[in-house]
Design a protein around this ligand. Structure first.
Ligand SMILES: Cc1cc2nc3c(=O)[nH]c(=O)nc-3n(C[C@H](O)[C@H](O)[C@H](O)COP(=O)(O)OP(=O)(O)OC[C@H]3O[C@@H](n4cnc5c(N)ncnc54)[C@H](O)[C@@H]3O)c2cc1C
Length: 384
């Protein structure tokens, strides 16, 4: 029998890294009576299924700024949360395969440098110096940012959840939101399969199910779930610690600390949906691509493959903050495959916006839902 409280100051829906980090930042600011409800278990969603990559090499200034500020937070989070997170700044090497792509990279690097990112356009042979086993045959150049890196998503999410609990946040797993009540354009409560909570504030942090939560509140949110597949190989001696990415080949991969190679791709033509089966087509395609880039992986066995959901927004950027006409409703959704790396800064912005009605921030307002009122102006292009 669940001991779900009857009332709460604020309810966070979703126990992925977005929900737990917002819970932690709010509790840190002194907010009391926060309840987080998770339909399954902490990290059972995309957070526990992701690649753990962290990069600031994006094509929109908003994403670059959010990621750079998150990297700064990642640096101090291990001591702040008092635990090992396997945070490592091994760098991201993003490969170009045509002169046209190189031109796009050049303009990205110019914008990124203007925001003080330590990124450079490099030649194929410089890329090979960074990863000696890399096949550079079809590569026209690359971008390299040594401060990009990776983290263990489980350690990060459990650390945020634990720290939030220590600060008084009540976390209920196996508690699924099935209804949202509102009256006179104000949130009044949520219904779960374990009972009802009266509240005037909620945060939609439901990842791939954010659109469904929106519908419960009477909102038609412009987000859709998309399956994304990923695999891991057996452990081998560690020979590189960078993330390697190619938009042309639609993949990313890295060698994690224990020696396994972890990599994923976006399946061309993947339709929206919540199916998270992982199949043979993906396994075959990834094996061909991985062994093209690192031929010595031909002898290495894949031991696991799985899938998770991207919560995709129309411009591949997150949708943050409050909305018009429904007081007390907040959202941090639509991360489009890069929510783990943006979580620390997102959580700070969301907590500031919830705790202080007068809080202003350029990125928070640019990433508000109302940006779609006049159509989609531009979007993030550097997505796998
Ligand atoms: C294969 C893959 C690889 C990825 N690689 C990277 C990467 O390298 N770097 C990166 O930054 N990002 C990556 N991502 C994206 C990243 O995983 C997500 O953007 C991030 O984890 C989103 O966190 P979240 O908390 O919003 O969502 P989630 O982790 O999905 O959490 C949402 C939670 O809400 C819960 N929920 C849903 N509906 C309800 C309900 N009705 N009631 C209660 N709870 C509910 C779910 O059970 C879930 O646990 C990847 C994603 C995938 C799938």
């Amino acid at each position: 029998m669940s001991n779900l409280p009857k009332t709460a100051e604020l309810v966070i829906i979703g126990g992925g890294v977005i929900g737990t980090s917002i819970a932690y930042e709010l509790a840190k600011r002194g907010m009391k009576d926060i309840v987080l409800v998770e339909g399954d278990t902490i990290s059972s969603g995309s957070t526990g299924r992701c690649g753990g990559g962290i990069r600031a090499q994006w094509s929109t200034p908003e994403n670059v700024r959010l990621a750079m500020a998150s990297v700064e937070r990642f640096k101090s989070l291990e001591s702040e949360l008092e635990t090992e997170l396997e945070f490592e700044q091994g760098g991201y090497l993003i490969l170009a395969h045509s002169d046209q792509e190189l031109q796009q990279f050049e303009s990205n690097v110019k914008m990124q440098k203007s925001l003080n990112l330590d990124v450079d356009l490099i030649t194929p042979s410089q890329a090979k110096e960074i990863v000696p086993s890399l096949n550079i045959e079809k590569i026209t150049g690359a971008t390299w940012c040594p401060s990009d890196g990776s983290i263990n998503p489980f350690l990060l999410n459990f650390a945020y959840a634990r720290a939030a609990r220590q600060k008084g946040v009540k976390i209920f797993q196996h508690t699924k939101v099935i209804g949202i009540e509102h009256k006179a354009q104000k949130i009044t409560g949520i219904n779960t399969d374990q009972g009802k909570i009266s509240t005037n504030q909620l945060v939609n942090a439901a990842g791939g199910y954010a659109g469904f939560i929106g519908k419960l509140a009477g909102l038609d949110l412009p987000v859709v779930p998309h399956r994304h597949e990923i695999l891991a190989t057996e452990q081998i001696n560690r020979f590189f610690k960078n993330m390697i990415m190619s938009f042309e080949y639609n993949l990313y991969f890295r060698q994690v600390m224990d020696g396994g190679i972890v990599g994923g791709q976006t399946n061309p033509g993947e339709l929206p949906g919540t199916d998270i089966k992982s199949g043979l087509t993906f396994l075959k395609e990834m094996s061909v691509k991985l062994t093209h880039f690192i031929p010595k992986l031909k002898q290495v066995k894949v031991i696991r493959q799985w899938a998770g959901l991207y919560c995709t927004s129309p411009d591949a950027q997150p949708i943050l903050g409050k909305i018009e006409n429904l007081a007390g409703y907040y959202q941090a959704i639509g991360f489009s495959g890069h929510g783990l790396m943006l979580a620390p800064r997102t959580a700070v912005l969301m907590a500031n916006c919830i705790a202080d009605p007068d809080f202003q921030d350029e990125d928070l307002s640019r990433l508000n839902l109302d940006r779609f009122k006049h159509g989609i102006v531009s979007g993030e292009r550097s997505v796998v």
